[in-house]
Design a protein. Structure first.
Length: 202
């Protein structure tokens, strides 16, 4: 399966997925493209190290959202991409874009959805004082941080944990959970009914 990873930042999840493919724990997958909207993102350098092509698309360089998304779609088609994997891509897609890739866009969120949506999820959960938070991998629909949940795993917040300790715990879990969830999708192991993932086949 041909994957495009969408990322705007550090790319630690990008690296975790690349590693999982290289060490054989995520077989049947190939990352053909990084899509990045931030020319200064560290993930671009990481893609270069792994010899993965990058499509840099800066929204401000396009007349509107439609032309921005058209440029992305054109390249995804040219690269024959089967699966869009969002890993810290800090931009929403239009409903039309999402509809063009039914059940083909996956996202990771650093909290237990539907709690703590948005870009500051780890901090928001920490500031709220939750005792348990976690990570969610889900299919993307037209709403923000929304869509059928593929996998979720919890992280305990201990009384002595600082925000940076919690961030570390969350990221460590993300790097395990994202390859696991992608494996289920790639191997077509998910049973989906309506808007829910209702089971996993062996
Ligand atoms: C991750 O915490 C992910 O859950 C969120 O954005 C962050 C990306 O981190 N959507 P990285 O660029 O993969 O290090």
């Amino acid at each position: 399966m041909n994957i495009a990873i969408f990322a705007s930042g550090k790319g630690s999840n990008f690296c975790a997925i690349v590693r999982a493919i290289k060490n054989g724990s995520l077989s049947g997958a190939r990352i053909s493209l990084l899509v990045c909207d931030n020319p200064h993102a560290l993930v671009i350098r990481r893609a270069k190290q792994f010899k993965i092509k990058t499509l840099l698309v800066v929204r401000e360089d396009f007349y509107n959202q439609v032309s921005f998304e058209q440029a992305i779609i054109q390249r995804l088609k040219a690269e024959k991409i089967d699966l869009l994997v969002l890993a810290g891509f800090m931009r929403m897609f239009s409903a039309g874009f999402v509809r063009s890739f039914p059940r083909k866009i996956i996202n990771i969120h650093p909290a237990l959805l539907p709690a703590f949506k948005g870009t500051k999820a780890i901090r928001d959960a920490f500031d709220y004082g939750v005792k348990i938070t976690g990570v969610t991998v889900h299919f993307v629909d037209a709403l923000m941080d929304h869509g059928p949940i593929i996998l979720q795993e919890t992280v305990r917040v201990l009384p002595q944990d600082t925000l940076s300790v919690l961030e570390k715990k969350i990221h460590t879990l993300e790097h395990q959970l994202y390859p696991q969830a992608l494996k289920l999708v790639i191997k077509k192991k998910l049973k989906i009914s309506g808007r829910k993932v209702v089971g996993v086949t062996r």
